[in-house]
Design a protein around this ligand. Structure first.
Ligand code: SF4
Length: 271
């Protein structure tokens, strides 16, 4: 309740984003994070209305740019908990380039991508995660491009925390969001979130969603990739986690070094 704003969500009835909002509220409450120390940053799209429905600080930024804003904030204010949210169009189309660099930098932020495999806000055109052959008003003869695989891409980019949840299972998704926030580094959470107005209903994903096998080793990137490439099932849970240095910590250490910068030593070394 402490994290929910007075603004009522404006999503269509039955939209999967309600479940992701519920999971995020639960996750933050579970961690007892102060709303004053938490910032939720989005881009543009149906799911990017998210910050308006939260009582934390928030920033509704520009299409595809939630990640640069979130990373910049964390670099400037490492004391804050920073969560970036948005949709598949936002993160995997116009904002896709930022994903690569966020993975390389490993700045300590959490990203939750609400994937409905369609552009909902602009009324149902194909997005990068729409399946090959999908017929919409923008592809009346079927989509010619291949379908983007978010988990396989995140694993290939060596993102240090990779997980998938489902908006129909908000408790499980909340636990993943908590784990992602606790993880020191860039945490990528792919949330299946149907758009019943322009594409999926929950039924379609209910049949495909399966928990990751209990014996999966979350430090084994190759077996995580094998699960991600499975076409019949949509595995949910933690695929991969690795602890490694984060750029926000390293940059602050370098800033301390820079304070004792000696121009003469520098000139001797590089002149
Ligand atoms: Fe949700 Fe789709 Fe409606 Fe957008 S158009 S609010 S994604 S159901």
């Amino acid at each position: 309740k402490d994290y929910k704003s007075e603004v009522k969500p404006t999503w269509c009835p039955g939209c999967g984003d309600f479940g992701v909002l519920n999971a995020t509220l639960r996750g933050l409450a579970g961690m007892k994070l102060s709303p004053d120390q938490t910032v939720v940053i989005s881009g543009i799209g149906c799911s990017s209305r998210f910050p308006h429905f939260m009582k934390t600080f928030g920033f509704h930024s520009v299409h595809g740019r939630a990640l640069p804003v979130a990373q910049g904030l964390k670099m400037a204010r490492p004391d804050l908990t920073v969560v970036a949210v948005g949709g598949d169009g936002d993160f995997f189309s116009i904002g896709a380039g930022h994903l690569i660099h966020a993975a390389l930098r490993n700045i300590d932020i959490t990203v939750v991508v609400m994937d409905n495999e369609i552009y909902g806000l602009t009324k149902g055109q194909t997005s990068p995660t729409s399946p090959h052959g999908h017929v919409t008003k923008s592809t009346p003869y079927g989509l010619l491009a291949s379908q983007f695989n978010p988990i396989a891409t995140a694993l290939s980019l060596n993102v240090s925390f990779v997980a998938r949840g489902y908006s129909a299972k908000p408790k499980d998704l909340a636990a993943l969001i908590e784990k992602g926030i606790q993880h020191k580094g860039f945490a990528f959470i792919h949330a299946l979130s149907p758009c019943p107005t322009f594409y999926h209903t929950f039924d379609a994903w209910d049949a495909a969603v399966t928990s990751i096998p209990g014996d999966h080793n979350t430090q084994d990137r190759n077996s995580a990739l094998a699960l991600a490439l499975e076409t019949e099932k949509q595995f949910t849970g933690l695929f991969y986690q690795e602890e490694r240095p984060t750029m926000d910590q390293a940059a602050h250490a370098q800033m301390l070094q820079a304070k004792s910068f000696d121009i003469n030593q520098y000139m001797q070394r590089y002149a």
